[in-house]
Write a protein that binds this ligand. Structure first.
Ligand code: SIN
Ligand code: CO
Length: 376
Protein backbone atom coordinates (compact mmCIF):
# COMPACT_ATOMS: atom_id res chain seq x y z
CA UNK A 1 0.00 0.00 0.00
CA UNK A 2 1.37 3.42 -0.96
CA UNK A 3 0.41 6.30 1.34
CA UNK A 4 0.68 9.68 -0.34
CA UNK A 5 1.89 12.55 1.87
CA UNK A 6 0.00 15.40 0.26
CA UNK A 7 -2.45 18.09 1.33
CA UNK A 8 -4.83 17.20 -1.51
CA UNK A 9 -7.11 20.24 -1.48
CA UNK A 10 -4.17 22.60 -1.34
CA UNK A 11 -2.50 20.72 -4.18
CA UNK A 12 -5.65 20.83 -6.34
CA UNK A 13 -6.24 24.55 -5.69
CA UNK A 14 -2.65 25.63 -6.21
CA UNK A 15 -1.02 23.26 -8.67
CA UNK A 16 -3.35 20.86 -10.51
CA UNK A 17 -3.30 21.90 -14.18
CA UNK A 18 -1.72 25.22 -13.13
CA UNK A 19 1.94 24.84 -12.28
CA UNK A 20 4.56 22.18 -11.68
CA UNK A 21 5.74 21.30 -8.20
CA UNK A 22 7.95 18.86 -6.33
CA UNK A 23 6.33 16.76 -3.61
CA UNK A 24 9.42 15.95 -1.56
CA UNK A 25 9.04 12.51 0.01
CA UNK A 26 5.48 12.15 -1.32
CA UNK A 27 6.01 8.50 -0.43
CA UNK A 28 8.20 7.87 2.60
CA UNK A 29 10.32 4.71 2.66
CA UNK A 30 9.40 4.08 -0.96
CA UNK A 31 9.97 0.54 -2.16
CA UNK A 32 9.85 -0.15 -5.91
CA UNK A 33 6.85 -2.39 -6.67
CA UNK A 34 8.63 -3.85 -9.71
CA UNK A 35 12.26 -4.78 -10.49
CA UNK A 36 14.29 -3.60 -13.49
CA UNK A 37 14.42 -7.24 -14.64
CA UNK A 38 10.64 -7.43 -14.66
CA UNK A 39 10.56 -4.24 -16.73
CA UNK A 40 12.87 -5.90 -19.23
CA UNK A 41 10.63 -8.99 -19.19
CA UNK A 42 7.58 -6.88 -20.05
CA UNK A 43 9.52 -5.21 -22.88
CA UNK A 44 9.91 -8.64 -24.49
CA UNK A 45 6.13 -9.16 -24.71
CA UNK A 46 4.31 -8.58 -27.98
CA UNK A 47 1.22 -7.03 -26.33
CA UNK A 48 3.18 -4.57 -24.21
CA UNK A 49 4.11 -1.18 -25.66
CA UNK A 50 7.77 -0.43 -25.02
CA UNK A 51 10.46 1.94 -26.28
CA UNK A 52 14.21 2.22 -25.92
CA UNK A 53 15.74 5.69 -26.19
CA UNK A 54 19.47 6.40 -26.32
CA UNK A 55 22.10 8.49 -28.05
CA UNK A 56 24.44 6.85 -30.53
CA UNK A 57 28.25 7.38 -30.81
CA UNK A 58 27.61 10.63 -32.69
CA UNK A 59 25.29 11.77 -29.89
CA UNK A 60 22.30 11.50 -32.24
CA UNK A 61 19.02 10.58 -30.53
CA UNK A 62 17.71 7.12 -31.37
CA UNK A 63 14.43 5.47 -30.44
CA UNK A 64 13.41 1.86 -31.02
CA UNK A 65 10.04 0.25 -30.37
CA UNK A 66 9.65 -3.15 -28.69
CA UNK A 67 9.19 -6.02 -28.31
CA UNK A 68 12.89 -6.49 -27.60
CA UNK A 69 14.90 -9.70 -27.56
CA UNK A 70 17.98 -8.32 -25.82
CA UNK A 71 19.06 -5.20 -24.00
CA UNK A 72 22.74 -4.51 -24.84
CA UNK A 73 22.04 -0.78 -24.99
CA UNK A 74 21.16 -0.84 -21.30
CA UNK A 75 24.68 -2.00 -20.51
CA UNK A 76 25.88 1.48 -21.47
CA UNK A 77 25.24 4.89 -19.97
CA UNK A 78 22.66 7.18 -21.55
CA UNK A 79 19.87 4.68 -22.25
CA UNK A 80 16.22 4.55 -21.12
CA UNK A 81 13.71 1.75 -21.49
CA UNK A 82 10.08 2.87 -21.24
CA UNK A 83 7.03 0.64 -20.77
CA UNK A 84 3.52 1.94 -21.28
CA UNK A 85 0.43 0.83 -19.31
CA UNK A 86 2.25 -1.29 -16.76
CA UNK A 87 -0.93 -1.07 -14.65
CA UNK A 88 -2.48 -3.50 -17.18
CA UNK A 89 0.21 -6.10 -16.57
CA UNK A 90 1.62 -5.89 -13.08
CA UNK A 91 -0.60 -6.04 -10.01
CA UNK A 92 1.89 -4.55 -7.53
CA UNK A 93 2.91 -1.72 -9.84
CA UNK A 94 -0.76 -1.00 -10.48
CA UNK A 95 -1.11 -0.12 -6.78
CA UNK A 96 0.84 3.06 -7.50
CA UNK A 97 -2.19 4.51 -9.25
CA UNK A 98 -4.41 4.23 -6.19
CA UNK A 99 -3.00 7.17 -4.20
CA UNK A 100 -3.93 9.41 -7.14
CA UNK A 101 -7.57 8.38 -7.28
CA UNK A 102 -8.49 11.75 -5.80
CA UNK A 103 -8.58 12.59 -9.50
CA UNK A 104 -11.45 10.54 -11.00
CA UNK A 105 -10.70 7.29 -12.80
CA UNK A 106 -11.86 8.50 -16.17
CA UNK A 107 -9.04 11.06 -16.28
CA UNK A 108 -6.33 8.46 -15.71
CA UNK A 109 -4.36 7.45 -18.76
CA UNK A 110 -1.85 4.88 -17.57
CA UNK A 111 1.19 4.05 -15.48
CA UNK A 112 4.35 4.35 -17.55
CA UNK A 113 7.60 3.05 -16.08
CA UNK A 114 11.10 3.87 -17.20
CA UNK A 115 14.44 2.37 -16.31
CA UNK A 116 17.44 4.54 -17.12
CA UNK A 117 21.16 4.00 -16.95
CA UNK A 118 23.27 6.99 -15.77
CA UNK A 119 22.71 10.04 -18.05
CA UNK A 120 19.70 8.27 -19.59
CA UNK A 121 16.62 10.32 -20.47
CA UNK A 122 14.29 11.01 -23.36
CA UNK A 123 15.41 14.61 -23.91
CA UNK A 124 13.58 17.95 -23.59
CA UNK A 125 9.90 17.58 -24.49
CA UNK A 126 6.33 18.68 -23.82
CA UNK A 127 3.57 16.19 -22.98
CA UNK A 128 -0.14 16.29 -23.77
CA UNK A 129 -0.96 15.01 -20.34
CA UNK A 130 -0.60 15.89 -16.67
CA UNK A 131 1.84 13.62 -14.98
CA UNK A 132 3.08 12.68 -11.54
CA UNK A 133 6.62 11.33 -11.93
CA UNK A 134 7.59 9.24 -8.93
CA UNK A 135 11.24 8.51 -8.30
CA UNK A 136 11.94 4.92 -7.40
CA UNK A 137 15.37 3.32 -7.40
CA UNK A 138 18.28 5.75 -7.88
CA UNK A 139 18.35 9.48 -8.49
CA UNK A 140 17.39 11.57 -11.46
CA UNK A 141 18.02 15.21 -12.25
CA UNK A 142 14.91 16.98 -13.56
CA UNK A 143 14.44 20.40 -15.11
CA UNK A 144 10.99 21.85 -15.79
CA UNK A 145 10.37 25.08 -17.72
CA UNK A 146 7.43 27.48 -17.89
CA UNK A 147 4.63 26.82 -20.37
CA UNK A 148 5.72 29.42 -22.90
CA UNK A 149 5.57 28.82 -26.66
CA UNK A 150 8.50 26.61 -27.60
CA UNK A 151 9.21 25.16 -30.99
CA UNK A 152 9.02 21.39 -31.25
CA UNK A 153 10.76 19.12 -33.71
CA UNK A 154 11.42 15.43 -34.35
CA UNK A 155 14.80 14.55 -32.83
CA UNK A 156 14.13 11.11 -34.33
CA UNK A 157 11.10 9.63 -36.16
CA UNK A 158 9.68 8.42 -32.83
CA UNK A 159 10.94 11.19 -30.55
CA UNK A 160 9.54 14.72 -30.40
CA UNK A 161 11.70 17.30 -28.66
CA UNK A 162 11.36 20.97 -27.85
CA UNK A 163 13.94 23.74 -27.96
CA UNK A 164 16.08 24.50 -24.89
CA UNK A 165 14.21 26.19 -22.03
CA UNK A 166 15.02 27.97 -18.78
CA UNK A 167 14.22 25.94 -15.69
CA UNK A 168 11.67 27.07 -13.12
CA UNK A 169 12.27 23.77 -11.30
CA UNK A 170 15.73 22.22 -11.16
CA UNK A 171 15.86 19.29 -8.79
CA UNK A 172 17.44 15.94 -8.10
CA UNK A 173 14.72 13.46 -7.21
CA UNK A 174 15.39 10.78 -4.63
CA UNK A 175 13.36 7.62 -3.99
CA UNK A 176 9.83 8.58 -2.88
CA UNK A 177 9.97 12.14 -4.30
CA UNK A 178 7.28 13.12 -6.79
CA UNK A 179 7.42 15.71 -9.55
CA UNK A 180 4.05 16.96 -10.78
CA UNK A 181 4.08 18.44 -14.30
CA UNK A 182 0.89 19.85 -15.85
CA UNK A 183 0.10 19.56 -19.57
CA UNK A 184 2.27 21.82 -21.69
CA UNK A 185 5.25 22.45 -19.35
CA UNK A 186 8.56 21.45 -20.99
CA UNK A 187 10.76 19.08 -19.01
CA UNK A 188 13.77 16.80 -19.20
CA UNK A 189 15.20 14.31 -16.75
CA UNK A 190 18.54 12.50 -16.78
CA UNK A 191 19.49 9.68 -14.45
CA UNK A 192 22.30 10.39 -12.02
CA UNK A 193 22.54 6.70 -11.19
CA UNK A 194 20.54 3.69 -12.48
CA UNK A 195 17.04 4.94 -12.01
CA UNK A 196 13.40 3.87 -12.06
CA UNK A 197 10.64 6.43 -12.70
CA UNK A 198 6.91 5.84 -12.45
CA UNK A 199 4.71 8.24 -14.42
CA UNK A 200 1.03 8.33 -13.53
CA UNK A 201 -0.45 10.16 -16.50
CA UNK A 202 -3.79 11.94 -16.94
CA UNK A 203 -4.92 12.67 -20.44
CA UNK A 204 -7.94 14.72 -21.41
CA UNK A 205 -9.45 14.47 -24.90
CA UNK A 206 -9.11 17.54 -27.10
CA UNK A 207 -11.74 18.91 -29.49
CA UNK A 208 -10.44 16.87 -32.40
CA UNK A 209 -10.43 13.64 -30.37
CA UNK A 210 -14.02 14.30 -29.32
CA UNK A 211 -15.34 15.25 -32.72
CA UNK A 212 -13.68 12.43 -34.61
CA UNK A 213 -14.79 9.83 -32.06
CA UNK A 214 -18.35 11.21 -32.08
CA UNK A 215 -18.40 11.15 -35.89
CA UNK A 216 -17.33 7.47 -35.88
CA UNK A 217 -20.01 6.62 -33.33
CA UNK A 218 -22.65 8.51 -35.30
CA UNK A 219 -21.76 6.74 -38.55
CA UNK A 220 -21.86 3.31 -36.84
CA UNK A 221 -25.07 3.81 -34.90
CA UNK A 222 -27.27 6.04 -37.04
CA UNK A 223 -28.32 4.30 -40.24
CA UNK A 224 -31.27 6.60 -40.84
CA UNK A 225 -29.39 9.83 -40.50
CA UNK A 226 -31.53 12.93 -40.80
CA UNK A 227 -30.85 14.81 -44.02
CA UNK A 228 -31.00 18.52 -44.64
CA UNK A 229 -34.23 19.53 -46.35
CA UNK A 230 -35.34 22.91 -47.60
CA UNK A 231 -37.93 24.39 -45.26
CA UNK A 232 -39.13 26.90 -47.84
CA UNK A 233 -37.61 27.47 -51.20
CA UNK A 234 -38.21 30.78 -52.89
CA UNK A 235 -36.95 32.06 -56.14
CA UNK A 236 -33.47 33.51 -55.58
CA UNK A 237 -31.80 36.51 -57.06
CA UNK A 238 -28.37 35.64 -55.69
CA UNK A 239 -27.68 32.13 -56.86
CA UNK A 240 -24.25 32.06 -55.25
CA UNK A 241 -25.44 32.86 -51.71
CA UNK A 242 -26.21 30.46 -48.84
CA UNK A 243 -28.96 32.14 -46.80
CA UNK A 244 -28.61 32.60 -43.07
CA UNK A 245 -31.55 30.32 -42.23
CA UNK A 246 -30.06 27.63 -44.48
CA UNK A 247 -26.83 27.75 -42.56
CA UNK A 248 -28.83 27.60 -39.35
CA UNK A 249 -30.70 24.54 -40.56
CA UNK A 250 -27.46 22.80 -41.60
CA UNK A 251 -26.11 23.53 -38.14
CA UNK A 252 -29.27 22.16 -36.51
CA UNK A 253 -29.17 18.92 -38.55
CA UNK A 254 -25.51 18.49 -37.79
CA UNK A 255 -25.97 18.87 -34.02
CA UNK A 256 -29.40 17.22 -33.66
CA UNK A 257 -27.93 14.17 -31.91
CA UNK A 258 -25.52 16.03 -29.70
CA UNK A 259 -27.45 19.10 -28.69
CA UNK A 260 -27.53 18.26 -24.96
CA UNK A 261 -24.81 16.72 -22.75
CA UNK A 262 -27.19 13.89 -21.85
CA UNK A 263 -27.52 12.84 -25.49
CA UNK A 264 -23.77 12.29 -25.52
CA UNK A 265 -23.79 9.73 -22.71
CA UNK A 266 -24.05 6.51 -24.78
CA UNK A 267 -21.13 7.57 -26.96
CA UNK A 268 -18.98 9.32 -24.36
CA UNK A 269 -19.41 6.43 -21.90
CA UNK A 270 -18.16 3.98 -24.50
CA UNK A 271 -15.33 6.22 -25.58
CA UNK A 272 -14.05 7.02 -22.09
CA UNK A 273 -14.29 3.41 -20.91
CA UNK A 274 -12.56 1.96 -23.94
CA UNK A 275 -9.17 0.50 -22.95
CA UNK A 276 -6.35 2.45 -24.57
CA UNK A 277 -3.91 -0.49 -24.32
CA UNK A 278 -4.26 -4.27 -24.44
CA UNK A 279 -5.70 -5.79 -21.27
CA UNK A 280 -4.34 -8.92 -19.60
CA UNK A 281 -7.68 -10.69 -20.00
CA UNK A 282 -7.96 -14.26 -18.72
CA UNK A 283 -11.64 -15.31 -18.47
CA UNK A 284 -11.99 -18.12 -15.91
CA UNK A 285 -12.27 -21.69 -17.20
CA UNK A 286 -14.71 -23.17 -16.48
CA UNK A 287 -16.99 -20.18 -16.10
CA UNK A 288 -18.23 -19.36 -12.59
CA UNK A 289 -21.86 -20.01 -11.75
CA UNK A 290 -23.86 -17.47 -9.75
CA UNK A 291 -23.88 -19.85 -6.78
CA UNK A 292 -20.09 -20.20 -6.88
CA UNK A 293 -19.67 -16.43 -6.75
CA UNK A 294 -21.94 -16.19 -3.70
CA UNK A 295 -20.01 -19.06 -2.05
CA UNK A 296 -16.67 -17.39 -2.73
CA UNK A 297 -17.84 -14.12 -1.23
CA UNK A 298 -19.27 -15.93 1.79
CA UNK A 299 -15.83 -17.54 2.21
CA UNK A 300 -14.18 -14.11 2.34
CA UNK A 301 -12.98 -13.77 -1.29
CA UNK A 302 -12.07 -10.34 -2.62
CA UNK A 303 -12.70 -9.53 -6.25
CA UNK A 304 -10.21 -7.19 -7.94
CA UNK A 305 -11.01 -5.12 -10.98
CA UNK A 306 -8.61 -6.04 -13.78
CA UNK A 307 -5.67 -3.60 -14.05
CA UNK A 308 -6.30 -0.92 -16.67
CA UNK A 309 -10.00 -1.83 -17.02
CA UNK A 310 -12.10 1.31 -17.28
CA UNK A 311 -15.46 1.34 -15.53
CA UNK A 312 -17.58 4.46 -15.11
CA UNK A 313 -21.06 5.90 -14.79
CA UNK A 314 -22.62 9.30 -15.13
CA UNK A 315 -24.22 11.36 -12.39
CA UNK A 316 -27.07 12.08 -14.81
CA UNK A 317 -27.84 8.46 -15.69
CA UNK A 318 -28.50 5.81 -13.07
CA UNK A 319 -29.60 3.23 -15.66
CA UNK A 320 -26.21 2.45 -17.19
CA UNK A 321 -22.61 1.77 -16.41
CA UNK A 322 -19.87 1.60 -19.02
CA UNK A 323 -17.09 -0.96 -18.90
CA UNK A 324 -14.37 -1.45 -21.46
CA UNK A 325 -16.26 0.33 -24.23
CA UNK A 326 -19.62 -1.35 -23.58
CA UNK A 327 -22.84 -0.09 -22.02
CA UNK A 328 -24.52 -2.24 -19.34
CA UNK A 329 -28.07 -1.70 -18.18
CA UNK A 330 -28.16 -1.45 -14.39
CA UNK A 331 -31.67 -0.05 -13.97
CA UNK A 332 -32.42 -2.78 -11.39
CA UNK A 333 -28.98 -2.79 -9.75
CA UNK A 334 -27.58 0.72 -10.03
CA UNK A 335 -25.97 0.76 -6.56
CA UNK A 336 -24.05 -2.39 -7.35
CA UNK A 337 -23.01 -1.08 -10.76
CA UNK A 338 -21.76 2.17 -9.26
CA UNK A 339 -19.89 0.37 -6.47
CA UNK A 340 -18.05 -1.69 -9.07
CA UNK A 341 -16.99 1.49 -10.87
CA UNK A 342 -15.96 3.32 -7.69
CA UNK A 343 -13.93 0.58 -5.96
CA UNK A 344 -10.77 -1.13 -7.18
CA UNK A 345 -11.79 -4.23 -5.27
CA UNK A 346 -14.98 -5.52 -3.70
CA UNK A 347 -15.61 -8.20 -1.12
CA UNK A 348 -18.31 -9.19 1.39
CA UNK A 349 -20.17 -5.87 1.03
CA UNK A 350 -21.19 -7.12 -2.39
CA UNK A 351 -23.40 -9.74 -0.76
CA UNK A 352 -25.77 -6.98 0.39
CA UNK A 353 -26.48 -6.32 -3.25
CA UNK A 354 -26.28 -9.81 -4.68
CA UNK A 355 -28.26 -11.92 -2.23
CA UNK A 356 -31.61 -10.41 -3.01
CA UNK A 357 -30.95 -9.05 -6.45
CA UNK A 358 -31.03 -11.48 -9.37
CA UNK A 359 -30.19 -8.76 -11.93
CA UNK A 360 -27.12 -7.69 -9.99
CA UNK A 361 -25.91 -11.24 -9.49
CA UNK A 362 -26.32 -11.99 -13.19
CA UNK A 363 -24.40 -8.84 -14.08
CA UNK A 364 -21.54 -9.49 -11.67
CA UNK A 365 -21.29 -13.14 -12.73
CA UNK A 366 -21.08 -12.06 -16.38
CA UNK A 367 -18.34 -9.54 -15.56
CA UNK A 368 -16.32 -12.15 -13.66
CA UNK A 369 -16.70 -14.58 -16.55
CA UNK A 370 -15.36 -11.98 -18.96
CA UNK A 371 -12.23 -11.74 -16.79
CA UNK A 372 -13.05 -8.14 -15.78
CA UNK A 373 -13.11 -8.95 -12.03
CA UNK A 374 -11.14 -11.81 -10.54
CA UNK A 375 -11.04 -13.43 -7.12
CA UNK A 376 -7.86 -12.91 -5.11
C1 SIN B 1 10.91 9.07 -18.36
O1 SIN B 1 10.53 8.51 -17.33
O2 SIN B 1 12.04 8.92 -18.82
C2 SIN B 1 10.03 10.00 -19.11
C3 SIN B 1 9.00 10.62 -18.30
C4 SIN B 1 8.53 11.90 -18.94
O3 SIN B 1 9.29 12.80 -19.16
O4 SIN B 1 7.34 12.06 -19.24
CO1 CO C 1 7.39 13.80 -20.22
Amino acid sequence: MFELNLEINHFLDTYWQKKPTVIKQGFTDFIDPILPDEIAGLAMEEEVESRLVYRDEKQQWQAECGPFESFEKLENDGATLLIQAVDNWHEEAQQLIRPFRFIPNWRIDDLMISYSTPKGGVGPHIDNYDVFIIQGLGKRHWRVGDNTQLSEFAAHGALKHCEAFEAIIDVELEPGDILYIPVGFPHEGYAVEPSMNYSVGFRAPDQNDLLSSFADHQIDSNENAERYTDRVMQQREKAGRVEEQELQELHRVMLANCATPKQLIPWIGKMLSDAKHDLDLAPPEPAHSKEEIIDELNNGAQFMRLGGLRALYFEQDSESIFINGEQYNVSNCSELGQLLCDQDEVAGELLNFLNDDEGGLALFTALVNKGYWYAL
